[in-house]
Design a protein around this ligand. Structure first.
Ligand SMILES: [Zn+2]
Length: 202
């Protein structure tokens, strides 16, 4: 609720430097261009799981990502999402028709930030295919038998996972979280997963 109120009161600011702008100001966009990863710098993080990222996690991009995670500042994440898809359009072209989903944040982070940042990056068309479990009491609603049946990891797949999925997150560091999420999707029928993040630690 606090985030919602702030959204109504605060003007749109550059997520990186705070100047008046939607998403990123012109100067920060120019600085971000220097952080672009060629062709998304694809890496294979698990069998049939390729990860690409638009930018290196540095400078204005790192500042912008940290900024949108602050309470009341998540609105700019949609602008960062637009940058992400514009930057990676040629790379993701092959998977453009694949359904998009996102790596859900923990419930406590969602509450703290007022939104699920990866969902905002993924866009309105994205479908929820994963839920976070085993953290902060997120297993509520699962009976004991289902808890024991969970694959190792922090994610539980939903129903109707398609054979090919684009999986969105804000930052890839070691790739362990994306790998766990992708493998949860694979356990529910996904054959190929393309992990797309706004930034990657390189
Ligand atoms: Zn700026």
């Amino acid at each position: 609720m606090a985030g919602l109120v702030l959204d109504l009161v605060l003007p749109e600011r550059c997520a990186a430097c705070g100047a008046c702008a939607d998403g990123l100001c012109t100067r920060c966009r120019r600085a971000a261009a220097d952080l672009c990863l060629p062709a998304g710098a694809p890496v294979r993080i698990a069998p049939s799981v390729i990860a690409v990222a638009a930018y290196r996690y540095e400078g204005v991009i790192a500042r912008a990502i940290r900024s949108v995670k602050r309470p009341g500042r998540h609105a700019a994440a949609a602008h960062l999402g637009a940058l992400l898809w514009a930057q990676l359009e040629p790379v993701v072209a092959a998977g453009a028709s694949w359904p998009r989903t996102w790596i859900p944040s923990t419930a406590s982070r969602r509450r703290q930030r007022g939104a699920d940042i990866p969902h905002l990056l993924a866009g309105d068309d994205a479908v929820a295919l994963l839920r976070r479990v085993r953290q902060g009491g997120d297993q509520t609603g699962l009976d004991a038998v289902r808890r024991r049946a969970l694959p190792p990891g922090d994610f539980q797949p939903g129903h109707g996972v398609p054979p090919q999925v684009v999986l969105v997150d804000d930052v890839r560091t070691t790739g362990a979280t994306a790998r766990a999420a992708a493998m949860a999707l694979q356990s529910a029928g996904a054959e190929r997963v393309l992990v797309v993040t706004l930034a990657a630690v390189t």
